[in-house]
Design a protein around this ligand. Structure first.
Ligand code: DMJ
Length: 459
């Protein structure tokens, strides 16, 4: 599947950001501010761990000779960080190739001006060429988004590790300091914050879109620090407690789900994006209070089961963008606008983590069902495409092969069917785009290639 997705990207969209498999061309997209080759940078580590050596070499050569960082346009700080910074860092740590280090340090410097705000909370959009930054037009009152400014920590700590320059870590620690200081309604973190005043702008809370990876990066910061970052640990478990008290619900049919919270009122809807949380709760289970460990593993399994139900209850066996638990519905989308599936990874991501934590064969069965459904409904003649309605038996394709399909969905599926020592969770954490970053050991520098668990398949 990876080779097919890659070969078609290479043939029809080389150097563009993503392949449009129906029209057989590429698109440059608006999120990357003129940066090109998102699918190439997002795929480097997947190609490498799968042993697709020629493809990896070609991708590396493109990064070395073509990738240009001084582009003008609207770049999302978040998207550039998780896909480009994360992708280049992983490629460097896996292979030890200096080119990736050089490129990622160049890019890291270009992101710093986004933090020049009265509070140090970065704005969402930056022009990489000029260094000017601004907030998304659609975010209320010039606010910054929790999942965006809260999903920088892992990559920025590694940028400081690689350069020896503390500035990157200082920027993200400053964000954390403000978040610790500010009052949180019921212990929850709302999705919008003003970079000018440092106050919440609205009281909308979600473990799905707009909030999701902020929570993920708390527990992963703790794990990536070799369990030294006690502050991140404390923030994660307190946030999880607030989520459990306020958002976790059980449907009449017995399904556990995460509702959204709007100023105290629950919206009984769970997004596909929120399905990453099965994996998150699973990887954090061991370090919770001893008496809660089994409870966290059970919660992770229940969330993952609910997300699987959202797949099982559709005609295509792929899950919708959002599913609801009200008006007699359980784990199905009611609105037409929520019925699409765009090759997202979160459900198979949770299968992978649950498999690693429990070795219950059902997670491999569920992963295989997803593979078959992808093959049947998303594979088109020249690549993979999202579909507009998971409940329709004759799918309508959206003509987009998202770069996260190569970075995440196919990588997590591959890892689900690999031995646990391939990118062992004892040595690596995955950023939110599935790019593996090494755990930073106290007395051993991570700055090297040929890192553990990849020798068997790497070139
Ligand atoms: C990816 O870019 C990342 O997983 C991000 O955290 C959320 N959205 C997409 C995949 O759905």
């Amino acid at each position: 599947m990876m080779k097919f997705a890659w070969d078609n990207y290479r043939r029809y969209a080389w150097g563009k950001n993503e392949l449009q498999p129906l029209t057989r061309n590429g698109h440059t997209g608006s999120m990357f501010g003129g940066l090109r080759g998102a699918s190439i940078v997002d795929s480097l580590d997947t190609l490498y761990i799968m042993g697709l050596n020629e493809e990896y070499e070609e991708a590396k050569e493109w990064v070395e000779t073509v990738l240009d960082m001084s582009t003008n346009g609207e770049a999302s700080l978040f998207e550039v960080n998780i896909r480009y910074v994360g992708g280049l860092l992983s490629a460097y740590y896996l292979t030890g190739e200096e080119v990736f280090k050089r490129k990622v340090l160049e890019l890291g410097d270009k992101l710093l001006p986004a933090f020049n705000t009265p509070t140090g909370i970065p704005r969402g959009v930056i022009n990489l060429g000029s260094g000017t930054s601004w907030s998304w037009g659609w975010a209320s009152a010039g606010s910054s988004i929790l999942a965006e400014f809260g999903t920088l920590h892992l990559e920025f700590v590694h940028l400081s590790e690689l350069t020896g320059n503390p500035v990157f870590t200082e920027k993200v620690m400053n964000i954390r300091k403000l978040l610790n200081k500010i009052e949180k309604p019921h212990g929850l973190y709302p999705n919008f914050l003003s970079p000018a005043t440092g106050n919440w702008v609205q009281h909308h809370v979600s473990v799905g879109g707009l909030g999701d990876s902020f929570y993920e990066y708390l527990i992963k910061s703790y794990l990536m620090s070799d369990k030294q970052d006690e502050e991140a640990k404390k923030m994660y478990y307190s946030a999880l407690e607030a989520i459990e008290s306020n958002l976790v619900q059980k449907s009449p049919g017995g399904l556990t789900y995460l509702a959204e919270w709007r100023g105290g009122i629950l919206d009984h809807k769970m997004g596909h994006l929120a399905c990453f949380s099965g994996g998150m709760v699973a990887i954090g289970a061991d370090d919770g209070q001893p008496e809660k460990r089994q409870h966290y593993l059970d919660l992770a399994a229940e969330i993952t089961h609910t997300c699987h139900e959202s797949y099982k209850r559709s005609a295509t066996k792929l899950g919708p963008e959002a599913f609801r638990f009200d008006g007699g519905t359980e784990a199905t989308a009611t609105r037409l606008s929520d019925r699409y599936y765009i090759l997202r990874p979160e459900v198979v991501e949770s299968y992978m983590y649950m498999w690693r934590m429990t070795h219950d064969p059902k997670y491999r069965q569920w992963g295989w069902e997803a593979v078959e459904a992808l093959e049947q409904h998303c594979r088109v003649e020249s690549g993979f495409s999202g579909i507009r309605d998971v409940y329709a038996t004759t799918p309508s394709h959206d003509n987009m092969q998202q770069s996260f399909f190569l970075a995440e969905t196919l990588k997590y599926l591959y890892l689900l069917f690999s031995d646990d020592d391939l990118l062992s969770l004892d040595d690596w954490v995955f950023n939110t785009e599935a790019h593996p970053l090494p755990i930073i050991r106290q007395n051993c520098s991570p700055e090297r290639g040929g890192a553990p668990g990849i020798e068997a398949t790497g070139p």
